[in-house]
Design a protein around this ligand. Structure first.
Ligand SMILES: [Mg+2]
Length: 303
């Protein structure tokens, strides 16, 4: 695990020492469970390492912070091949490096299945954190990163379609999500009023912003970049590319509200707007093309 200049003391002592130039530390933790979040038949050790790191790192970026460090706890059965564990470490290290962070410590224990917990730390660079609660009526809503690719990839894996170039790219997006980390602090600099990473699905996660901010958010489906999703949907019976983009989670795109006059670079694509709300604590807090969404809302924990 390489250590950059932000790691004052890395792996090898009782604890690591990580620089916190801002004076505040942004912290998040996430768990990945074999059988629930991944299958070793489908995901390599590298895939799981990338995904485990990406989930926590995206939460740091979604606060407008720059990731600095990861701490990793791993439970594994005695039958786990050593090569798989080494691949996991390599995936964690490579995704941490993509985000500019170091893996600075961890712990291992024997368990019945593979369980990975990743804690991520980040630095705000002197800025205020971008929370879920600051969106105002009149703001625009914009997304950085891809929507629905992970859901399409999972559907293609499950449908057992031929792995052509199109299918392989989407399956790769499912196995190794690539959140746009640098867009998080950039959004803070651009004046983002609220932000979240899309882990549960665009509508579900915009619902968190709408609820916390006391607003209604209207998504314009004609503004979504569907990319290869329509072609992929033709391979999967019953699939709909717009539903993938609206409700598919795990791509960890960043979605944020910005003042309407913010000068957004091409990284950010405007996909909706923030409206005032009389009663935001309803499912109708997020509209699709001006109407309540009739389809599935996205992943709901413990449903
Ligand atoms: Mg999140």
């Amino acid at each position: 695990m390489p250590a950059g200049p932000g790691t004052r003391l890395g792996i090898g002592d009782d604890a690591a020492v990580v620089a916190a130039p801002d004076g505040n530390v942004v912290a998040a933790v996430d768990m990945l469970l074999e059988g629930r979040h991944f299958l070793r038949d489908w995901s390599s050790g590298v895939d799981v390492g990338v995904k485990a790191a990406a989930r926590s790192l995206a939460d740091i970026a979604a606060m407008g912070a720059t990731p600095t460090a990861l701490l990793v706890a791993l439970a594994a059965p005695p039958s786990l091949p050593a090569a798989w564990a080494l691949d996991l470490a390599s995936g964690l290290a490579s995704e941490a490096a993509r985000a500019g962070a170091d893996v600075v410590g961890g712990d291992t224990a024997q368990g019945d299945s593979v369980v990975i917990s990743v804690t991520a730390l980040g630095d705000l660079g002197g800025r205020a954190a971008v929370t879920r609660s600051g969106a105002h009526a009149g703001d625009v809503v914009a997304v950085a990163g891809v929507l629905g690719h992970s859901a399409a990839g999972l559907a293609l894996l499950s449908a057992d379609v031929p792995k052509d170039e199109l299918a392989s790219a989407l399956i790769q997006a499912h196995l190794r999500p690539q959140p746009p980390y640098s867009a998080g602090p950039a959004a803070a600099e651009l004046g983002a009023t609220a932000m979240i990473d899309v882990s549960d699905g665009l509508l579900a996660d915009l619902g968190h912003i709408a609820w916390a901010s006391g607003v209604v958010i209207d998504v314009d489906t004609s503004a979504l970049d569907l990319g290869s999703l329509p072609d992929a949907a033709r391979l999967v019976p019953g699939a709909d590319p717009v539903t993938w983009a609206l409700t598919g989670g795990e791509d960890h795109a960043l979605v944020a509200a910005f003042p309407a006059d913010a000068a957004l670079p091409a990284t950010w694509r405007i996909i909706g707007r923030v409206l005032p709300a009389s009663d935001p604590h309803t499912r109708e807090a997020v509209l699709v093309d001006g109407r309540p969404w009739a389809g599935p809302a996205g992943w709901e924990h413990f449903r």
